[in-house]
Write a protein that binds this ligand. Sequence first.
Ligand SMILES: C[S@@+](CC[C@H](N)C(=O)[O-])C[C@H]1O[C@@H](n2cnc3c(N)ncnc32)[C@H](O)[C@@H]1O
Length: 311
Amino acid sequence: MDGTQSPSSATAVAAPAAGPGPVPAYYSAKTEEIIRKYGNGGRGAPHYHLGLFDGPLPTSQIGPEAIRERICRAQEAMLERAARRWGVFAAPPGSLLDIGCGLGGGSLYWAQEHGARVTALTNTAAHIPHLWEFSRAAGVADRISPVLMDVHDLSTERAYDAAVAFESTNHMERYRLFEVVARALRPGGWFGIEDHFLTGDRAAEYLNDYYTTRLGTFDEYLSAARAAGLELADNDDVTAGVTEFWVQSMAWSATELERAMQSGDAGETTERTGFTTARLAESARKHGIFFRLWRDREVETRLLLFRLPPR
Ligand SMILES: C[S@@+](CC[C@H](N)C(=O)[O-])C[C@H]1O[C@@H](n2cnc3c(N)ncnc32)[C@H](O)[C@@H]1O
């Protein structure tokens, strides 16, 4: 596979014969829920990552639809900040590998806003038909090539100007990840990451069990990058800006739950949101806990930029 592979052959890359592992199984089960909760992300495909807020926003006089719009705008703000920090407005990459692309909100962003030819790589088969549909409807199907593959198996050489990974590296084996990315980039290429980093071990088990992740530390990423010959070029701590995301997400669940209780029609709420009332209650409770973990900096969120030295 390389950056110019035709989409039809790209999607022919088979899922492992033994069936999906826990991560694709987790995302397959969540696909419809993500689409119903985040809608078209305000752009044409859902984002599934934290959003960036300037500060606290009141949630008491506002309904779930407006909160959802806010969340989508904050997710876009995260992408825009990354693009600015990583120099994309000044020097857009021609070809970009979106690692762990989810349902494609980010892939659409890089293609629509920066004109990149995007290889949208995911290990979740259930995402692929949606990626096709969302890119077609957004008019960028010619710029986005969905690929079904576990990134650990990537063997592409010198094909991309850039790679990005938004909240997907937390599922991956970091040494292997940096090794395959370093090989896939052209000399002078860059690798941008948005992800969460443990500052101790108090939150690890709780978060990893809930999200099927294997969160790491910032130091682990640095060592893995160094081993692959990639150099840290930017380190942007956005923890304060994303903490508010949990308040807004909690408010979304709580206001949807309140509405379901008042109308007495939990079925209608489930149909519209993709969440049962039990899931809404669970989500509101968990996001309250996540708010505290981020506020107390048990976990930090960073935008990291790594560069492959020029030849
Ligand atoms: C939290 S979602 C983020 C989706 C997207 N980057 C976004 O921001 O909207 C994580 C994504 O990483 C993908 N992923 C996790 N492990 C992967 C792997 N080993 N190879 C390829 N994709 C992987 C999952 O399938 C999922 O699509």
